[in-house]
Design a protein around this ligand. Structure first.
Ligand SMILES: Cc1cc2nc3c(=O)[nH]c(=O)nc-3n(C[C@H](O)[C@H](O)[C@H](O)COP(=O)(O)OP(=O)(O)OC[C@H]3O[C@@H](n4cnc5c(N)ncnc54)[C@H](O)[C@@H]3O)c2cc1C
Length: 350
């Protein structure tokens, strides 16, 4: 079992910055996120958008802010469990916690900080009767590791940036890439559409439009898809079906953890430390609610800071904490490298 001080659920900006504030107090963190990459909404919904209300940055790209946060926390060597959803929190008799994920990973810690934002991003699924029978048996909703598709036949469905970008990328990896979209026009970037058309001309992508996948065939795993195109149906043999229809956030398991929920968010004590109704479990960032709450990155950073101070005081009763500015004290314990942080992320994804 993974051991840590603070178990952080959610690797959005709030969860990432919490690692930094905890590190200043010599508290270790382990972060769990359902997505395969850190960054929460910034990475998933608007990586290219500039943000104008981060203090000290007149403008910063959302993706760049995530990279900077990762850079800032690498020195504290947080653990990452990515592409796994935290499903249960069990409070132990000694007031510590065990968080378990949908893949069975268990993390034991002295406090839990839920930084779950709008909840877990869940894939929008196509309406195909037997879809669930083939999940993880050839049906994949994320491309976590492109190597999985090397020299395989794959069918991607969708008309947005993800479907286009992965078709382009995997054209160099897979044995055969078919892109299916129900319209002739794509919603993604024009440049990507042009690339897909170019790859089609080169015979590297089969483009099937306007068409839909309406059935899956295979003995225990995906072997073929049934395609409907202009009133006719036919089969395409494939090893994988990757529907990329976007993600929608759902509070998910957070709603079942015995926490006080109001309007899809967790009620916290904002007068003190953003603790929930269960002692030792905090909720910070977009996932919480209190009078005057603002769902902004800046507010998540503030809440993360007070949460860490509260955990420190709980774990060190009676020990006087002297607040030092980092400009005065520096940041102790710096010995990690970006490579190590990246290795940890890659390992977590694998
Ligand atoms: C288009 C857009 C533009 C925006 N622009 C701005 C802006 O300019 N300025 C600004 O301040 N804010 C902006 N925001 C809001 C900002 O993105 C949010 O306030 C911020 O992302 C909240 O960060 P967070 O870390 O609390 O949550 P999120 O970023 O939502 O991260 C939460 C993470 O928790 C994970 N998670 C949830 N439940 C579980 C679970 N059970 N197990 C594992 N993982 C879980 C999710 O997968 C997610 O990665 C914008 C939002 C959008 C959509």
């Amino acid at each position: 079992m993974i051991q840590t001080d603070i178990i952080i659920i959610g690797a959005g900006p709030t969860g990432l910055f919490a690692v930094f504030e905890a590190g200043l107090l010599k508290l270790r963190c382990h972060i769990i996120d359902a997505l395969p990459q850190p960054g929460g909404q910034l990475a998933e919904l608007y990586p290219k958008k500039p943000i104008f209300d981060i203090p000290g940055y007149p403008s910063v790209g959302a993706g760049e802010l995530v990279d900077n946060l990762m850079e800032q926390i690498k020195q504290f060597e947080p653990g990452f469990t990515l592409a796994e959803q935290a499903t249960t929190i069990d409070k132990q008799e000694d007031d510590t916690f065990i968080v378990t994920t949908n893949k069975g990973t268990q993390v034991h810690g002295k406090a839990v900080a839920i930084a779950g934002g709008l909840g877990s991003f869940e894939p929008r699924k196509p309406l195909i009767d037997n879809l669930a029978d083939y999940e993880e048996k050839g049906v994949e909703y994320f491309v976590k590791n492109p190597e999985q598709f090397r020299d395989k036949k794959i069918v991607i469905a969708g008309g947005g940036d993800s479907a286009l970008d992965w078709s382009i990328f995997l054209a160099e990896v897979a044995a055969e890439v078919t892109l299916i979209h129900r319209r002739n026009e794509f919603r993604g970037a024009l440049d990507s559409v042009d690339k897909v058309i170019e790859l089609k001309k080169q015979g590297k992508i089969n483009l099937v439009t306007p068409a839909e996948v309406v059935g899956i065939k295979g003995d225990g795993k995906v072997e073929a898809l049934v395609i409907e195109k202009e009133g006719e149906t036919f089969d395409i043999a494939t090893d994988y079906f990757i529907p990329l229809f976007g993600l929608s956030p759902k509070l998910g398991p957070i709603a079942n953890w015995g926490l006080e929920i109001e309007k899809n968010a967790i009620k916290v004590n904002n007068a003190l430390d953003y603790q929930t109704n269960i002692e030792g479990i905090y909720a910070i960032g977009d996932v919480n609610t209190y009078p005057g709450k603002l769902k902004l990155i800046l507010c998540g950073f503030h809440e993360a800071t007070l949460m860490c101070q509260s955990v420190y005081n709980k774990l060190n009763p009676g020990k006087k904490f002297v607040l030092k500015y980092t400009t005065v004290s520096g940041v102790d314990g710096f010995d990690g490298t970006r490579k190590e942080a990246e290795k940890a992320v890659v390992k977590a994804i694998d």
